[in-house]
Design a protein around this ligand. Sequence first.
Ligand SMILES: *Cc1c(COP(=O)(O)O)cnc(C)c1O
Length: 163
Amino acid sequence: MVNNNASAVLLALGTLAKGKEVIVSRGQLVEIGGSFRIPEVMEQSGAILVDVGATNKTHPRDYRSAVTGETALLLHVHTSNYRIVGFTRETTVEELVELGSEYKIPVMSDLGSGFLVDLAKYGLPKEPSVQETVAAGADVVTFSGDKLLGGPRPASSWARNTI
Ligand SMILES: *Cc1c(COP(=O)(O)O)cnc(C)c1O
């Protein structure tokens, strides 16, 4: 447990994939909050970003053809407050886990919000929960302790908690 999810992602990438390749969909190279950007966090961690697919569609075969001897991780990023709609195809965590077990490569899921309850029960849009993602077989799951759980927050993000 660390300061925030951005730190968790940075530490996990640096620990599991420094100097190695991490495959991620072009549709998931998002900026979240004030400064968290997948490509920049990746660079800071020392991992090498291998982006695959297109903005709207990324197929399992895109990840497969990018796997090399240098691949350390398959990364799935939940795009949270950003949606690609219409002619889309996202490779699911389940599909990445299948591919990862074939190639013996771990799968990491950056979930963002960290839902622990099924929001659909309350008539809210379906969001992937932490439990579902762990059950899907992701090896590492990262999420924020303050978005939904309402934990403490560094001062820079004070406004978000207050609003
Ligand atoms: C919010 C978010 C982050 C950053 O989380 P913080 O706790 O604000 O650092 C990282 N990844 C995703 C997918 C997010 O939604």
